[in-house]
Design a protein around this ligand. Structure first.
Ligand SMILES: NC(=O)c1ccc[n+]([C@@H]2O[C@H](COP(=O)([O-])OP(=O)(O)OC[C@H]3O[C@@H](n4cnc5c(N)ncnc54)[C@H](OP(=O)(O)O)[C@@H]3O)[C@@H](O)[C@H]2O)c1
Length: 346
């Protein structure tokens, strides 16, 4: 009997906030496994704000491609178990990651480069970590946090580092990595509960909610001596506040601009301060820093094992909950890494 499975498809591009009606769950036949391919039964899939940038006719220049309408959503990090293998190096029972996205079953070309190499089919060591940690701390999230701090030289320690969206997947790791490397760390997030978690559990030196007061005011109280490094997950008003607060020769790592994914950008209007203060502003992609993956996994894996690093997840249950998970994450109603657990794959 031939196998079939569900996949989430985009059926309309949002013009404002993304809603569940922009997606459909569709049952499709699973294609036969060809030479060099592997059939994976998915168990966990990732939910990322960057997906919102692909829910449109054309994704930003140089970014991952837009999701076509009425087709599988390829290019989303996913974990699963190999069911059948016709590729060397992969056997039934292996836990793997790949990037074939929000669906029950994926037939994956073992040699196909996915997500700039980050999502290329790979066997995971589940003796040292839960499988889903490879979608977070030991995967793209850890790599992004680690690489972002690394490209702006913030791992040498002794500086003041501000991280925005600090209770999210990347941010919660960036604050901890910056702390582990001996920096004073300031964090911002969108609720008092998140601020408490950052202060009480993640050990940041100061934290504030950008919803309680204009972000520049919160930052001035949290970092009265200014900041040397800004790890930017938000853009707009946050980036503008950072430019105001930067010390001379400061560095900004632009990781993302989540405030702009569903709304028009609002600033920064003070970019000249980059000239005035000799600042370095550096955008980066985690997946462009694959050379750091092994080092990051070794360092963060050791810190997880001995309790110096914490990871937290917000888990949605079942494939059909993936669109809701994306909506909730962008609205700030998730903490740590947002995941979908595919408990209902037949
Ligand atoms: N460069 C790369 O390779 C790379 C890789 C992964 C992610 N990223 C970027 O990193 C950032 C964080 O991604 P993530 O996966 O860790 O997501 P996340 O932080 O877990 O979730 C996004 C969070 O952004 C916050 N947010 C949403 N709208 C906001 C606004 N208008 N102002 C301030 N905060 C807002 C919300 O938290 P609050 O409750 O705090 O508002 C929300 O929970 C995103 O910009 C993403 O695109 C970049």
């Amino acid at each position: 009997m031939s196998l079939s499975g569900r996949q989430v498809q985009v059926v309309a591009y949002p013009r404002g906030p993304v809603e569940e009606r922009h997606f459909e769950v569709v049952e499709v036949p699973v294609e036969p496994v060809g030479p060099g391919q592997v059939l994976v039964r998915n168990t966990w899939t990732s939910v990322d704000p960057g997906l919102r940038l692909r829910l449109r006719e054309a994704a930003p220049e140089g970014y991952f491609v837009a999701f076509p309408l009425h087709a599988a959503m390829d290019g989303i990090m996913t974990i699963g178990e190999v069911v059948e293998s016709r590729a060397e190096g992969f056997a039934p029972g292996d836990t793997v990651w790949h990037a074939r996205g929000w669906r029950d079953y994926a037939v994956v070309d073992a040699s196909a480069v996915q997500l700039s190499g980050l999502g290329t089919l790979r066997v995971l060591d589940t003796s040292i970590a839960e499988p889903q940690w490879y979608l977070g701390v030991l995967g793209g999230m850890g790599l992004t946090a680690y690489a972002g701090l690394s490209v702006v030289g913030a791992l040498k320690g002794g500086e003041t580092v501000w991280v925005s969206a600090a209770a999210g997947a990347v941010g919660s790791l960036a604050v901890q990595i910056a702390k582990l490397h001996g920096n004073r760390v300031v964090a911002s997030a969108g609720s008092d509960d998140k601020v408490r978690w950052l202060l009480d559990d993640l050990g940041v030196d100061a934290a504030f909610s950008y919803r309680a007061a204009p972000v520049g005011e919160g930052l001035a109280i949290a970092a009265p001596e200014g900041i040397d490094v800004y790890f930017d997950c938000v853009g707009s008003d946050h980036l503008e506040a950072a430019l105001d607060a930067m010390n001379r020769d400061g560095r900004i790592a632009i990781c993302g601009s989540v405030s702009e994914y569903e709304s028009e950008p609002a600033g920064p209007r003070n970019l000249f301060l980059a000239v005035a203060k000799d600042l370095t502003i550096r955008g980066f992609r985690g997946s462009s820093n694959l050379d750091l993956l092994d080092q990051m996994q070794a360092e963060l894996g050791a810190a997880l094992a001995d309790g110096r690093l914490q990871q937290r997840e917000t888990v949605f249950d079942g494939l059909a909950s993936a669109p809701k998970a994306l909506i909730e994450m962008i609205a700030g109603r998730t903490t740590g890494k947002t995941l979908v657990h595919l408990t209902d794959v037949r």
